[in-house]
Design a protein around this ligand. Structure first.
Ligand SMILES: CC(=O)SCCNC(=O)CCNC(=O)[C@H](O)C(C)(C)COP(=O)(O)OP(=O)(O)OC[C@H]1O[C@@H](n2cnc3c(N)ncnc32)[C@H](O)[C@@H]1OP(=O)(O)O
Length: 183
């Protein structure tokens, strides 16, 4: 019973929230009313940006999805994004279908252009699109950096910080040595 009340509450809040977002950004935002998205998500769009949600998405509280300038983010059907993950785009981020994103995952398709003069203070950026294939599972606390492409069915182990192109059906781990000393 609580589950159903929860679902009705989410759908009601989303209808209000997303209808107002849609009215403010008529051509920028595509969504479905039956997505299960926590009202405690934060979505920021700009005039020229484009956010497309597939069907049957589940997005938990604390998730932030921010699109700057003419950025595009697409999230495919049946994808799940767990608590406090953050997806920020200055160019393009494509997330496939049936993707599982663990809690506290950070996805950024840009870096501050710290090598150019006043690059950081003048908010200059280097951007490179990110693509995450269908059925990918990204473990908790991972960071996906600009230009990363992950093939379908791949697993990104918890805590991995990755940048580059990764093939399908892979398991990507950031192995670091832990030393345990006796007291
Ligand atoms: C939507 C949601 O996802 S919510 C739930 C969020 N859950 C998570 O974030 C959990 C993510 N899970 C992991 O990271 C897991 O450890 C997996 C999936 C990578 C484990 O894969 P498995 O193939 O079962 O790995 P297994 O446990 O057998 O370990 C294999 C080796 O990888 C290492 N390893 C496993 N996970 C990690 C990791 N995240 N980072 C670094 N090394 C790792 C193990 O220590 C082991 O090393 P060894 O061969 O030197 O002993």
């Amino acid at each position: 019973m609580t589950k159903y009340l929860h679902a009705i509450f989410y759908i009601f809040c989303n209808s209000v929230k997303f209808t107002s977002l849609k009215l403010l950004h008529i051509n920028s935002f595509k969504f479905h009313y039956l997505n299960f998205i926590s009202p405690l998500t934060n979505i920021q769009l700009s005039k020229e940006s484009k956010l497309t949600f597939g069907e049957n998405l589940k997005i938990r509280s604390g998730v932030k999805i921010h699109l700057r300038k003419a950025a595009k983010i697409t999230i495919g059907d049946n994808t799940f994004i767990n608590y406090n993950s953050m997806i920020v785009s200055h160019e393009q981020i494509i997330i496939g279908r049936n993707v599982q994103i663990g809690p506290n995952v950070m996805i950024f398709d840009h870096d501050h252009d710290f090598r150019s003069e006043n690059g950081v203070s003048d908010m200059k950026y280097k951007t490179d699109p990110i693509q995450i294939g269908d059925n990918v599972w990204i473990g908790a606390n991972s960071v996906i950096l600009r230009g990363t492409k992950i093939g379908e069915n791949t697993v990104v182990g918890a805590g991995a910080i990755i940048k580059g192109e990764y093939e399908k059906n892979a398991i990507i781990l950031n192995k670091s040595e832990i030393t345990v000393l006796t007291q």
